[in-house]
Design a protein around this ligand. Structure first.
Ligand code: NAD
Length: 239
């Protein structure tokens, strides 16, 4: 009988493939997830720092946390899970879309091309005054908090809890989910909405759903295939 790994590997050979990733795919690159024990910084939970309210009341504190995360990500390298996804895209005979909730840029660095970033990018900043966006790779950032040429505060160009997703990224992700033949959710706790709702959108539109995660998630019940284990071990087996 065909194993689950073989069934998923075979399903990736043709058709419209969507990979949907969360913080777990970067865990083996030593980038802390939000829900793991390493996610805490000075005893603050990310839910208390990644909000517009936290930034309004203490922009320096929020920027110190982002600066800490940028330093970790700067030192991190894409792992075998990121690399396997880039290779799956290169080998795809149909379409391949990588929808990520991550802001770390490791998929780009691994060579993935068709990447939809639902929650922004930690290497971009946006002005709270004139709304200009620019890339900023300075590590560590000085001075904190950074300011725009127009004089207003800069903020990280990421989506905070309670904020809307960038419209065009969401439309691309939603469209890909509705058209997917195979939808693979990798390293996501499937708890942060609306992104997590894409698994259901894909399932209801007829996609075969696969989950890659060492732990159970609420999305498992929608899946045809559940591959238990770290993404860096499971994904290379799908090549
Ligand atoms: P999450 O922190 O809620 O959940 C991480 C998931 O990854 C868990 O289900 C866990 O079991 C799983 N996991 C842990 N190690 C894994 C491994 N080696 N292989 C596969 N899976 C593994 O993450 P989330 O669902 O992405 O939601 C949190 C939000 O936080 C997202 O919006 C994301 O933007 C943001 N975030 C991003 C980063 C990043 O860019 N690297 C890091 C932390 C948080």
């Amino acid at each position: 009988m065909e194993s689950t790994t073989e069934a998923v590997r075979r399903s990736l050979r043709a058709g419209q493939i969507v990979a949907f990733t969360g913080a777990g795919i970067s865990a083996e690159s030593h980038v802390p997830t939000f829900r793991g024990v390493d996610g805490l910084w000075r005893n603050y939970s990310p839910e208390r720092l990644a909000t517009a309210e936290a930034f309004a009341s203490d922009p320096r504190l929020v920027w110190e946390w982002y600066d800490w995360r940028r330093q970790i990500i700067h030192k991190a390298q894409p792992n075998s899970g990121h690399q396997a996804l880039a290779e799956i895209e290169r080998r795809a005979t149909g379409s391949f879309t990588l929808v990520t909730q991550n802001v770390d840029g490791l998929h780009d660095r691994a060579g993935s091309r068709n990447v939809v970033k639902l929650h922004g990018d930690i290497w971009w900043v946006r002005c709270t005054g004139c709304a200009a966006e620019e890339q900023n790779q300075q590590v560590p950032l000085k001075p904190l908090p950074p300011h725009c040429h127009c004089g207003a505060l800069l903020r990280p160009a990421v989506v905070w809890f309670g904020e809307a997703l960038p419209e065009s990224a969401w439309e691309r992700a939603h469209e890909a989910a509705t058209q997917a033949d195979v939808f693979m959710a990798i390293g996501t706790s499937a708890q942060v909405y609306p992104a997590a709702g894409l698994v259901q959108v894909a399932r209801q539109s007829g996609a075969h759903v696969a989950i890659v995660n060492p732990d159970p998630t609420p999305a498992d019940e929608l899946a045809e295939w559940v591959l238990r284990g770290p993404a860096g071990e499971i994904l290379p087996r799908l090549l």
